[in-house]
Ligand binder design. Structure first.
Ligand SMILES: Cc1cc2nc3c(=O)[nH]c(=O)nc-3n(C[C@H](O)[C@H](O)[C@H](O)COP(=O)(O)OP(=O)(O)OC[C@H]3O[C@@H](n4cnc5c(N)ncnc54)[C@H](O)[C@@H]3O)c2cc1C
Length: 231
């Protein structure tokens, strides 16, 4: 066994199912039992060829977690080793994955605001589901999507923003949707994720136009044109 393989968990694909452009993949491994996971955290998946000398890693949020399993929702965005691997994987296949980690998790706040596109909606789903009911009721989510087929089942008050054929990169539609929102005068806690330039634009709007403190806007760039595997 190679050194890097010891840092990963060997999991078996228990289920793989495509709905719209999302492929839901349930991975099981005895070594995942009892491992801590905070909603919003992610795993890294080796999407390289079996037996390769080095891993080819891509990052995916954990959509759900129970017992010895983690469930992912991969957006089949087009061409990339991650998207190709996720599209091809079938129940019974093996996968090397890391244990969940990351700091894109909810913080104590008067209310929560989630902003992003399809890829970010995976983390948002897990985060919203885990909020106590009154906190979830006071939360808002704004999610840009290519079309209705890409709506994940998110708990709570979600505004879906269709991008009408435009690119998800440097999206004007998402910032415009946040700009139009009526929010309480006091800042809440925002979680902004997805395409890197759009994330920056939303953050700028909240900080510059709405006067939110920087620490109240937690950002996480997930991908951007021309870059491969952002984490
Ligand atoms: C913390 C974190 C959590 C993430 N969670 C998820 C998740 O739950 N589900 C999920 O699907 N993705 C998630 N991502 C994004 C995912 O890791 C990237 O989309 C990754 O680039 C996919 O790898 P790839 O090999 O398919 O493409 P890459 O080889 O990495 O990228 C090639 C090119 O494809 C394009 N591209 C990449 N992603 C997208 C996209 N989403 N839409 C349009 N074009 C794209 C870009 O032009 C990029 O340059 C997450 C990323 C991070 C950092």
């Amino acid at each position: 066994m190679r050194l890097w393989e010891m840092l990963f968990v060997r999991a078996t694909v228990a289920e793989a199912e495509t709905t719209g452009r999302f492929r839901r993949i349930r991975l099981r491994a005895e070594a995942l039992r009892g491992v801590e996971w905070r909603p919003g955290q992610q795993v890294r998946v080796d999407v390289g060829a079996a037996g390769a000398l080095t891993p080819l890693l891509r990052t995916y949020s954990v959509w759900d977690r129970a017992g010895d399993a983690v469930e992912l929702q991969a957006l089949l965005h087009g061409d990339g080793p991650g998207a190709r691997w996720m599209a091809a994987v079938q129940a019974g296949d093996e996968a090397l994955i890391s244990r969940p980690k990351g700091d894109f998790v909810t913080r104590p706040a008067a209310y929560h605001l989630f902003v992003g596109e399809e890829t970010a909606s995976v983390a948002f789903g897990a985060m919203l589901r885990a909020l106590p009911a009154p906190e979830r009721a006071a939360s808002r989510a704004v999610v840009e999507i290519a079309g209705p087929q890409d709506r994940l089942a998110l708990d709570g008050d979600v505004t879906w923003v269709p991008r009408d054929g435009d690119s998800a990169a440097d999206s004007k539609a998402l910032v415009a949707a946040v700009r139009q929102m009526e929010l309480p005068s006091e800042p809440g806690q925002a979680y902004v994720a997805g395409e890197a330039r759009t994330v920056q634009a939303v953050r700028q709007h909240l900080v510059r136009d709405r006067g939110w403190p920087r620490r109240s806007v937690l950002t996480k760039p997930f991908w951007t044109p021309g870059k491969r595997g952002m984490e």
